[in-house]
Each structure stands twice: as C-alpha cells, then as structure tokens.
Design a protein around this ligand. Sequence first.
Ligand SMILES: Cc1cc2nc3c(=O)[nH]c(=O)nc-3n(C[C@H](O)[C@H](O)[C@H](O)COP(=O)(O)O)c2cc1C
Length: 194
Amino acid sequence: MKLKIFVSVLIVAVVGTIFLLKSNDNGGKVMAETKSNKKVLVAYFSASGVTAKVADKLAKATGADLFEIKPVQPYTSADLDWTNKKSRSSVEMNDRSSRPAIANKVTDMSKYDVVFVGFPIWWYREPSIIDTFMESYDFSGKQVIPFATSGGSGMGDSGSIMQKLAPKAKVDNGKRFSSGVLEKDLKTWASKWL
Ligand SMILES: Cc1cc2nc3c(=O)[nH]c(=O)nc-3n(C[C@H](O)[C@H](O)[C@H](O)COP(=O)(O)O)c2cc1C
C-alpha cells in the first residue's frame, strides 16, 4: 500500500514538473516573439508646442529617445504668419531648396533602427527645416516614420518628399494626429514598426 502511495506521488511530481517546464518554455517563446530590441528615436520640430506634446507622448509610449530639432534662428510669431506672403515661413515654404539651419545634432544616429520624425504641417507638407534634418544624417537601412499635427490637413506628400531626401531610408507615409491623441493610441499605431 505504502509503495502504491509513493509511486502515485512520484507520478504526480514528475507530470507536474514536466507541465511547469513546458509552460515556462512557451512563456519564453512568447516573450522572444513580442519583445523588440530595436533602438527607437522620436525627433521632432515644433514651432508652437502642439507637435512637441504628441512627440513626448509617442516617446513615452514606445520607450524611445526624444530629440527636439531646434532652429538656429527660432521662429517668431511674425515668422509664422501664413497670411503674409513675405513672412519667413511663407518665403521658406515657397522655395523648395530652402534649408533652415538646425542648431543641434542627434548624438549617435547610427545606433537607431527606427526614427519617428514629427512636425507641424505647413502649407500641406513638412516644414523646410525637416528637409534640412533629412539631409543631415545617414539614414541607410533605417525605418523612418513621419508624424504631424495640423489645423486639419493630412500628411500630403511629406513622406515621399522625405524619401527622396533620404533615399537609403525606408520612409513610410506616416500619419497626422490631433493634438489630444492618447498615448495608448500612439502605442498601437507605432507597434507596427517595433
Ligand atoms: C506657416 C504655417 C503654415 C500652416 N499650414 C497649414 C496647412 O497647410 N494645413 C493645416 O491644417 N494647418 C496648417 N498650419 C497649422 C499647423 O499645422 C498647426 O497649428 C500645428 O498643430 C502647429 O504645430 P506646432 O505647435 O508643433 O508648431 C500651418 C501653420 C503655420 C505656422
């Protein structure tokens, strides 16, 4: 009788151990499939703070490093007057070769696999300073994803223009967000590339 009990306990212990090992196995597998080792950067330009807030949320949602693209010459409210054809932004946006200078530099762009690039839509596309940014680095093999805020316009041709400026990158068309977009919605959107 004692032997029977001993054998039963032994069987339960062996089966239990195998079961536990199996379930751990699966757990490990799931982790490996979902956890990304990609290094992610959120770089953005924001003239009046709206895109900055979305960029901040996106960086938090993705665990990315955050970099603000700062103009050497900051934009004043007169510069941003789109009703004035002679304002700085109007002049820059009317000249496709315009490349406003950037004051700062990403420390080591080579370490990033995925770069989100944020900006306000100006005249239905990316501001010229984003063109400067795209030409300032070697984006070879990197996934670049534009994102923007606007008064209502979509991304326009921003993605294809940026692709031409950084031909070795893989540039997505990206997405325009409203200023109140939630961190969890940004996370869902961004997960495609992470
Ligand atoms: C020079 C200029 C041009 C703009 N052009 C557009 C446009 O074509 N379509 C649009 O919906 N909003 C346009 N806007 C509005 C901005 O895209 C919008 O206010 C944006 O959220 C501002 O972001 P920021 O605070 O990060 O600079 C323009 C704003 C400026 C200053």
